[in-house]
Design a protein around this ligand. Structure first.
Ligand code: ATP
Length: 201
């Protein structure tokens, strides 16, 4: 199974691209979805987080207080490291479990922080969804109703566009319309099928 790690900055269009691969019948193993499932009410990871960060991160109804956890993690580097030390091994273990059950020629592993978390070795190819930061900003502000400052701060914390492009085996240019996107995805889909059958990664 050819493992394609899909990454890109906030609002670059990762979900949009994943939907297009899914329309072609390809499985998407999504680190964000897995992370959310891992901290659902009653899950062991949530208990572990409460042990480390305090019971106040769990709401009355048993769900995670994401805003508080985010605030704790981003205000103190040690907290961020503790959070990553709990969540990353669980996320990667679940990714492997899901992949082990797949039968397709290739799969898309959507891992937003693939390059930030140094897990590049777990994938055969790095596919970067790319667009200039000013377009990221515009789309994030329109989608999430956040201020320009908040969106800029998140982008500044992530890997730089140049770093991502330097690590990419394949790039999808999402600076223009979504029509062009479908064509790029179809073309990559054909390349991945060829690569998977040739055994060359
Ligand atoms: P995040 O990092 O926050 O998970 P993402 O990388 O998955 O974001 P998307 O959610 O796919 O990005 O796209 C961000 C926003 O921009 C969405 O509202 C989406 O509909 C819109 N968008 C994506 N691609 C395009 C495009 N080519 N043209 C116009 N709007 C787009």
């Amino acid at each position: 199974m050819l493992r394609v790690g899909l990454t890109g900055g906030i609002g670059s269009g990762k979900s949009t691209v994943c939907d297009l691969f899914a329309e072609l019948g390809m499985p998407i193993v999504d680190a964000d979805v897995i992370a959310r499932q891992l901290v659902a009410p009653g899950q062991p990871a949530l208990t572990k987080l409460a042990e480390v960060f305090g019971l106040s991160i769990i709401e009355q109804d048993g769900s995670l207080n994401r805003a508080l956890l985010r605030q704790l993690a981003f205000s103190d580097l040690l907290n961020k490291q503790k959070l990553d030390a709990i969540m990353h091994p669980l996320i990667y273990a679940e990714i492997e479990t899901q992949i082990a059950n797949l039968q397709t020629a290739y799969c898309i592993m959507a891992i937003p922080l693939l390059l930030e978390t140094q897990k590049k070795h777990a994938v055969d190819r790095v596919l970067v969804v790319d667009c200039p930061p000013f377009i990221q900003l515009k789309r994030v502000i329109a989608r999430d109703n956040v201020s320009t400052e908040q969106a800029e701060a998140i982008i500044a914390l992530q890997a730089a566009r140049e770093t991502r492009l330097a690590a990419a085996d394949d790039v999808i240019d999402n600076s223009a319309s979504q029509t062009g996107l479908a064509e790029q995805v179809k073309s990559l889909h054909n390349s991945y099928l060829l690569l998977a059958t040739s055994g060359i990664t």
